[in-house]
Design a protein around this ligand. Structure first.
Ligand SMILES: [Zn+2]
Length: 160
């Protein structure tokens, strides 16, 4: 078993789509970033790479590389998934915390679980997504951005 942790933050920016966990969420602003700035998927990728001992997303997908401008983070997640599969590892389960004062994410949690599980080719029961505010404290509470934290457990694939 291998455990990994991922954390990411993006600031809000005008004239951007809000993409979280592969879903486009209706809101008057999005997150700033070189790619689609999907803070949830970025934290998942860092947790997976961490568990597999493969560094971080910055090394694999440098944000000064024009190839990754406005990149679809779900595609990058599928790449990361192929790295861990190559190393004979598979996701046992993951737990995700999204820290956002606004918008309210409860209506999107179920669909987000499905979208993440599908990208990783695992059951949606292996993915848990939680959203929390920070009680108006800190940068999240001031609605300056969104943070995400992920813990993942990888298992060695069974030979059968
Ligand atoms: Zn990021």
């Amino acid at each position: 078993m291998k455990i990994g942790i991922g954390f990411d933050v993006h600031a809000f920016a005008a004239d951007r789509k809000l993409v979280l966990g592969g879903l486009t969420i209706p809101y008057h602003q999005g997150l700033d970033g070189h790619s689609d700035a999907d803070v949830v998927i970025h934290a998942i990728m860092d947790a997976l790479l961490g568990a597999a001992g493969l560094g971080d997303i910055g090394t694999h997908f440098p944000d000064d590389d024009p190839v990754y401008k406005n990149a679809d983070s779900m595609k990058l997640l599928k790449n990361v998934h192929s790295f861990i599969s190559r190393d004979a590892l598979e996701v046992s389960n993951m737990d995700i915390v999204i820290m956002a004062q606004q918008p309210k994410l409860a209506p999107y949690i179920a669909e987000m679980k499905d979208s993440i599980a599908q990208a990783l080719n695992i059951s949606n029961t292996a993915v848990n997504v939680k959203a929390t505010t920070t009680e108006k404290l800190g940068f999240v509470g001031r609605e300056e951005g969104i943070a995400a934290q992920v813990v993942v457990l990888l298992m060695t694939k069974r030979e059968d």
